[in-house]
Ligand binder design. Sequence first.
Ligand code: PEP
Ligand code: MN
Length: 256
Amino acid sequence: MNKTRRVRVPGIEFEIGSGTLAIVAGPCSIESREQLFSTGRFLKENLVHGFRGGVFKMRTHPDSFQGFGLETLKILKEFKQELGLPIFTEITDVRSISDMAEVVDVFQVGSRSMYNYPLLSELGRVGKPILMKRAFSATFDEWMGACAYIEKEGNQQIILCERGVRSFEPRLRNTLDLGMVALIKAETDYPIFVDPSHAAGRRDLVIPLALAAQAVGADGLLVECHPNPDEALSDGPQSLNLDQLRSLVSSLRIKM
Ligand code: PEP
Ligand code: MN
């Protein structure tokens, strides 16, 4: 077993990979000031370590909601000043890196962008941690190759994230590959998060998958939640409501 590399995220008191389970939660997309602040206050009260929320969304269809983009960054800055939660958000385009770097603490590479090598090389030149999601069809070697693009430019601050792969089973949005999490722990020194939300695609399965991820040794969880999931502009069916998020956090803490 390799010793896990440590990744320091500003605002999280322990290093990712040091043995404490990091919990990062928030909506799929940042939709309004009200939604952002009400979720953030709740996360803070429930001792969640970081906030996730999409600014730019990579949607399967161009007519689907694409995120509110750069206009969200201003309120995100105020949010960070008020609540101090570290911000994890997806970067979809090299042209947004410098604007986003003013507020983002961890750049998420989405499943659809894992093969965007020019984006990865550019992220290698940014001095910020990267959350590297596995593409939904990526092999171990392809995932490692994507990380190598970032490292080649000098950035070793990489956290992996398993979010489910496409399998023959249509009833689940994706199939959470916990075997891969165990393999990553056995063969590499990367810390690894699990995203049970995009794996399950339905909120009733998120808590059992999150507990399974903790059991297999994940270093963190990336979980979608929303104050009113039925009205979410993206990924409502898989978003926990805030009471469910509180139950998840307390179940995880009992086992820590
Ligand atoms: C997300 O985290 O909201 C997201 C779009 O994830 P993925 O890239 O895993 O589909
Ligand atoms: Mn989502």
